[in-house]
Design a binder for this molecule. Structure first.
Ligand code: ADP
Length: 498
C-alpha cells in the first residue's frame, strides 16, 4: 500500500488495468477525486491507481444497490443461478489474465498460487450457480387445518469487506452466495489488492443488472467504516483480522445487523511419531502455506512434533523447504513470492528478530531476509523455523502472517492437545498419523472449525468453513453457509379452516 501519488505508474503487460470503481453499473472515480497507488510488492513500483472511496461513495454505492434490490430479488432463483454460471465461464476464459493480476498485486507466485486462485474463483461461481434451486423452505406439521411453511428470503444490501491475501477468491466466496440468494452487494476491496477484484467485478457486470454488485476501493476506517455503519446495510460479511472483526461486530451490534466474520488463526499441526515420513513433511509445507509466504489465516503455524522424531522431521523439513525457489511472483520458476507490503514485511522481520534473540529458541533454518541481491528489491522473506519447548511465547501465540513456523516438542498426547487448544484462535488444525483412530480422536478433541487429517490443503466449495473462538462467526463456503449467512427464514402460517 502506498499513498504516494507522485510515483509514476508502470502498467504490466497481461494484467488488468482498472477503469475506476463499480457503482450502479458504471465505472467511477471517488467523489473527492483522491486515488490510491497500487504497488507491485516484488519491485516496489506503482502498477496502477484506483479511486480512494470515502463516506460519500459508500452512500452512492448503497443507494445503487438498494435501487437494484427489488428487481433482483424477484428474479427466479434458477435464472440468477444461470447468470452465475455464465460468470463462471467468463472468468475461466480470462483466468490467465486474472491470475497474472493477482500475482502482480499480491506477490503470490503465479504458478503455485495465483493460477489456482483464478481457477477456484470460477469454480466458486459454478458451485453457487448450481445451488440456486436449493433455496428451499420447509413445511411444518401443525395439523390438518393449518398450512405452515418457511421461505428463505434475501436480506437486502450486503456490506462485504475483504482482505488482500486471497482477494479474488475471498470476494467470490461472498458475491456468489449472496447474489444467488437474491441479495445485492456493496463490497470494499482491500486497499493493497483491488485490481483482481475489480477485474472480476468487470466480468460480473457484463451479466448482472446495474447495482446488483458494487465494488468500492478504499482504506479501512475511511471507506470500510462508513460501509459497516451504513443504515441501509442489512448484513455484514467480513474477512480479515480479529482486531478489525471486533470493530465490525460492534458496528453490527449498534443496528442489530447479522454479521459473518472470517478472522485470524494460529493453527496447530500435531505430528505423531509414526508420521516421520516425506508425505507428512510435504503436508506440513502445504499446511504452513510456505508457498503463499504463509499469508493465510489457515496456516499451520504451530508445529507440535513428538520428541522421538523432533530432529529427524525438522531435518527433512529443512531439506524440502529450502529447495523451494523464492523469486518474482510472475516468473514461472518461482515457488514463493513476496509479502504484500512494507508494513507486513517489517512486522514479519520483527518477529524473526525476536526469535533470533530468544535464548530458549533455536533457529532451525531461515532467518532475516537478505539485505542485498535481487530479493532485496521487493518484500521477500524466507521460510523460517524456530524450535522451542514452549507454546507460551509471542511467536507461538500471535498470528504472524508470514513464513515463521514454531516447532514445539511433545511427549504426552494429552499435553500436546492441551497446548494445541491453548489459543484464543480456533480456525484450522492438522493431525498427522497412520493410526486413523488416534487421528480422529485428536481431530475431535481439537477446538477448531476445520481439522484435516493427513493433508494440508485449502478450502473447497461445499465444505462449511469458519472459526471457533475468536477466529470467527458463521460459515460461508457451502450450501448451509449460503442459507445461514445470506437468507432469513420467514414462517407463513395459513388457517385452512376458513
Ligand atoms: P489484514 O491484516 O488482512 O490487512 P485487516 O483486518 O486489517 O486485515 O483488513 C481487512 C479488511 O478490513 C481490509 O479491506 C481493510 O481495509 C478493512 N478494514 C480495516 N480497518 C477497518 C475498519 N476500521 N473498518 C472497516 N474496515 C476496515
Amino acid at each position: 500500500m502506498s499513498m504516494t501519488e507522485t510515483k509514476p505508474t508502470t502498467p504490466v503487460a497481461g494484467t488488468y488495468q482498472p477503469k475506476g470503481m463499480l457503482i450502479g453499473g458504471k465505472w467511477v472515480g471517488s467523489a473527492s477525486g483522491a486515488r490510491i497507488a497500487v504497488e507491485n510488492p516484488a519491485k516496489r513500483t506503482t502498477v496502477a491507481e484506483v479511486p480512494r472511496a470515502a463516506a460519500a461513495d459508500v452512500d452512492a454505492a448503497v443507494a445503487a444497490a438498494d435501487k437494484a434490490f427489488p428487481a433482483w430479488k424477484a428474479v427466479v432463483p434458477r435464472e440468477r443461478g444461470k447468470l452465475l454460471l455464465k460468470i463462471a465461464e467468463a472468468i475461466q476464459a480470462r483466468s490467465e489474465e486474472l491470475a497474472r493480476t493477482i500475482a502482480l498485486e499480491t506477490g503470490n507466485a503465479l504458478r503455485t498460487q495465483a493460477r489456482g486462485e483464478a481457477n477456484m474463483t470460477a469454480d466458486i461461481f459454478r458451485y453457487f450457480g448450481g445451488l440456486a434451486s436449493e433455496l428451499k423452505g420447509e413445511t411444518v406439521p401443525l395439523g390438518e387445518h393449518v398450512l405452515s411453511y418457511t421461505r428463505r428470503e434475501p436480506l437486502g444490501v450486503v456490506g462485504a469487506i475483504i482482505p488482500w491475501n486471497a482477494p479474488v477468491m475471498l470476494a467470490a466466496l461472498k458475491i456468489a452466495p449472496a447474489l444467488c440468494a437474491g441479495n445485492v452487494m456493496v463490497m470494499k476491496a482491500a486497499e493493497d489488492a483491488p485490481l483482481g477484484v475489480l477485474m472480476m467485478a468487470d466480468i460480473c457486470q457484463e451479466f448482472l443488472p446495474p447495482g446488483v454488485l458494487n465494488v468500492l476501493t478504499g482504506y479501512g476506517a475511511e471507506c470500510g467504516g462508513p460501509l459497516a455503519n451504513h443504515p441501509r446495510i442489512a448484513k455484514l460479511s467480513f474477512t480479515g483480522s480479529t482486531e478489525v472483526g471486533k470493530v465490525i461486530m460492534r458496528a453490527a451490534a449498534e443496528r442489530i445487523v447479522p454479521v459473518s466474520l472470517e478472522l485470524g488463526g494460529k493453527s496447530p499441526s500435531l505430528v505423531y511419531p509414526d508420521a516421520d515420513e516425506d508425505w507428512a513433511v510435504d503436508g506440513i509445507i502445504n499446511a504452513m502455506r510456505f508457498t503463499r509466504q504463509s499469508q493465510s489465516c489457515t496456516a499451520g503455524s504451530r508445529l507440535f512434533l513428538h520428541e522421538d522424531i523432533f530432529d529427524s522431521f525438522l531435518a527433512k523439513l529443512e531439506k524440502k523447504t529450502t529447495a523451494l525457489k523464492i523469486g518474482d511472483p510472475l516468473d514461472e520458476a518461482s515457488d514463493i513470492g513476496t509479502i504484500i507490503n512494507n508494513k507486513q514485511f517489517t512486522k514479519v522481520c520483527k518477529y524473526v528478530d525476536e526469535g533470533l534473540k530468544r535464548s530458549d529458541a533455536q533457529l532451525v533454518f531461515g532467518g532475516l531476509p537478505p539485505k542485498t541481491g535481487p530479493l532485496s528489491e521487493g518484500y521477500f522473506t524466507i521460510p523460517t523455523v524456530f524450535a522451542d519447548r514452549s507454546n507460551d511465547w509471542r511467536l507461538a501465540r500471535e498470528e504472524i502472517f508470514g513464513p515463521v513456523l514454531v516447532a514445539i516438542r511433545w511427549s504426552d498426547e494429552a499435553e500436546a492437545i492441551r497446548m494445541a487448544n491453548d489459543s484464543h484462535y480456533g480456525l484450522a488444525a492438522y493431525v498427522w498419523t497412520h493410526d486413523i483412530g488416534r487421528g480422529l480422536r485428536a481431530a475431535h478433541a481439537i477446538e477448531s472449525g476445520w481439522v484435516q487429517v493427513n493433508q494440508g490443503g485449502g478450502q473447497t466449495p461445499g465444505m462449511s468453513y469458519g472459526g471457533f473462538k475468536q477466529s470467527g462467526l458463521g460459515r460461508e463456503f457451502s450450501l448451509e453457509g449460503m442459507l445461514d449467512s445470506f437468507t432469513q427464514r420467514k414462517s407463513v402460517t395459513v388457517n385452512l379452516a376458513v
